[in-house]
Design a protein around this ligand. Structure first.
Ligand code: SF4
Ligand code: SF4
Length: 199
């Protein structure tokens, strides 16, 4: 069994966390409800996925679920690593900027997501495997195209409260198993970190 399959089995069978779709159901339902009211992203250039607005950071389990969506194989592995490395360099995500002792945090950088394709395709990650924050960020009025889109923080918190035990266990397992020393990272850094340990 490959390391990827072994981790997959441990997460969804031994630790028995809920499936990706089940853990995102509230967010997917909201998005689909908005779409039935003609409030959707179909005509937008994808502002929230590009460097003009995207600073998304994700946990190890979200990065693992992106790997499921990517269906990594021997034939696409090197290309994928190269795309991620270039993206990290382009947006200088490998240079952390400390904001000072008072704030005690790092500058949150914006970047164009490596899984975003301009045009009608948009995000190339399957809906049920996208980061939670991506699913929770939506337009709120028809034909907005990025003007007043925002996160439904209440819904994101409700989802998190339901799944917190599940996801804490999953993240602890991944951190231990893969010797990760981070809680959240920008999408390309998080996915590359897992690829380097798993493949
Ligand atoms: S994962 Fe998809 S929705 Fe999220 S920032 Fe990347 S392209 Fe956008
Ligand atoms: S959430 Fe808003 S900014 Fe992001 S793709 Fe949809 S319409 Fe555009």
């Amino acid at each position: 069994m490959t390391k990827f399959n072994q981790i997959h089995n441990s997460l969804y069978q031994k630790i028995n966390i809920h499936s990706p779709r089940e853990r995102r159901k509230l967010l997917i339902d909201e998005m689909e409800g908005l779409t039935t009211k003609k409030i959707h992203c179909f005509n937008c250039a994808g502002t929230c996925c590009t460097f003009s607005a995207n600073s998304m950071q994700i946990t190890p389990i979200e990065a693992f679920e992106i790997l499921i969506s990517l269906e990594v194989t021997d034939s696409n592995l090197e290309d994928l690593k190269s795309v991620l490395r270039k993206n990290i360099l382009n947006y200088r995500l490998n240079h952390e900027i400390f904001l000072g002792k008072k704030i005690n945090s790092l500058l949150r950088k914006t970047y164009t997501c490596p899984f975003f394709v301009a045009g009608s395709k948009g995000c190339t990650i399957k809906k049920e495997l996208k980061p939670y924050g991506c699913l929770g960020f939506n337009p709120r009025i028809e034909n907005d195209n990025g003007g007043q889109c925002h996160s439904n923080t209440e819904l994101l918190e409700t989802r998190e409260n339901i799944e917190i035990k599940n996801e804490e266990n999953a993240n602890e397992y991944l951190k231990r198993e893969l010797q990760l020393d981070w809680v959240k990272l920008e999408i390309p850094k998080a996915v590359l970190a897992l690829i380097d340990k798993i493949f």
